[in-house]
Design a protein around this ligand. Structure first.
Ligand SMILES: [Zn+2]
Length: 83
C-alpha cells in the first residue's frame, strides 16, 4: 500500500520501494524475501518467492513492509492447502 503520509507520525517524508538486503558471505547481497513451498516432494521442491520492500518514514523511522507480487503469493498459498 503506497501512502504519502506516515501512518505513525503523519510526516510526508516517505521513502518508497526501499530494498531490504541481507549481507551474506563476502558481502554478497540478498534481498529479504517471503518464500512459499508449493510442492511436497523430498527433493526439488518448487517455491514461490516475493522480495520484500519497505516504505520508510524519514521522520520517525517507522517501516512498513510490502511485497511486489501479492497475487502470485496468494495463489501459491492457496495451493499449499491442498498438499
Ligand atoms: Zn513517521
Amino acid at each position: 500500500m503506497k501512502s504519502e503520509m506516515c501512518s505513525a507520525c503523519g510526516s510526508s517524508k516517505i521513502m518508497h520501494d526501499m530494498k531490504i538486503v541481507d549481507f551474506g558471505h563476502g558481502n554478497a547481497k540478498n534481498d529479504l524475501s517471503i518464500e512459499i513451498k508449493t510442492t511436497d516432494r523430498i527433493l526439488f521442491n518448487k517455491f514461490e518467492k516475493g522480495a520484500l520492500k519497505a516504505q520508510i518514514c524519514g521522520s520517525c523511522g517507522k517501516v512498513d513492509l510490502s511485497i511486489n507480487n501479492p497475487q502470485d503469493l496468494w495463489n501459491a498459498y492457496q495451493k499449499t492447502k491442498n498438499l
